[in-house]
Write a protein that binds this ligand. Sequence first.
Ligand SMILES: *Cc1c(COP(=O)(O)O)cnc(C)c1O
Length: 417
Amino acid sequence: MTKASLTYAKQLDAQDPLRAYREEFYLPVQKNGKQHLYFCGNSLGLQPKRTEKFIQQELEDWKMLGVEGHFHAKNPWMPYHEFLTERMAKIVGAKPIEVVMMNTLSVNLHLLMASFYRPTKERFKILIEADAFPSDRYAVESQIHFHGYKDGLLELKAREGEVLVRHEDIESIIEQEGYEIALILIGCPNYYTGQVFDMKRIAELGHAKGCVVGFDLAHGAGNLHLELHDSGIDFAAWCSYKYLNSGPGSVSGCFVHERHAHSPDLPRFAGWWGHNKTTRFNMRHAFDPIPGAEGWQLSNPPILSLAAIMASLEIFEEVGMPALLEKSAKLTGYLEFLVNNLEGNRVNIITPSNPKERGCQLSIQVRDADKSLYDAITEKGVIADWREPDVIRVAPVPLYNSFEDVFRFVEVLKECM
Ligand SMILES: *Cc1c(COP(=O)(O)O)cnc(C)c1O
């Protein structure tokens, strides 16, 4: 049987041990009543059906208990964020003391930079990817300016005529400029190309030169095999509404390496939720940060949002990252096969072909295309993402996308090209 057939795709679905999880999610529906082909889980993950129950529980407890819910809700609000820590830590390969869910992503980048970007006259540069996500770039530039420096932005660029950054170029920029770099802050994978960087190697190189090393894992958490603790990086942050399916604008995750867990003197912006839990309500003590990532919290967190994260993490716990990643590699590999199998040579996948250097997203460049191609596939029910000038980003998400979705998407693309 040819691999490029609907029958073959359906056979792959029949053999997929995670196929039942598609039913755990709401798939968006078109005006004509048919389901969309949804490939945008890298921007906004779909709603798990069980999320409603978790949020309903908190609405009910708030209704019945008022302020007493902080202690007497079914899941008391006071320690609510702690209920998420262990499962979240497992997904990113961290120890519980290294992880906390709080705030939103760009806010957390700033809070972490308040502690981990400590520029001096000799060393004030920040190394980021040339095509970093805009918010990260704004955050980093504004930090440099905030500290009174300029021209501090160092960009990791692909070579002329290439799209991906070469590992040897990362090594040489750190080798050459390392002593002037205060902070390395890179998105992994890069949101545009889907390229995954060797975090452990970058941490080693950066640390050897005295740089602090952080990562933005907005596109990595719930999508990649991560070993944050063992990678040795200093800090990381990610959002929970992309691959972690916790709803628009939901609360972000933070990682601070254990080696910083017991450093109360590390400069930071403080708030009561980061203060020693036993004296938090005395309201009089000098700030005494909780050891570990929790010590970076400011405010009591939005419980309705944490409830959605709780629902999502329950699914990740049931499935487990190993099974998820196994399906992810197969699903994305199938998409890659079908796209490369298209006739003519108009399409070029810019995401690395090595499965270890990518997650589930493929960025597909279409020669001589403009946005009308994207509009045409949208018209046919596909939800994907268009990046000027000619790239369609497609993320088949292993929790809810099927091999049949992938097959149908490539059929639509073929028709519209
Ligand atoms: C999605 C994304 C963001 C979004 O930031 P918010 O603060 O959650 O709005 C930031 N950085 C990267 C790399 C992203 O992919």
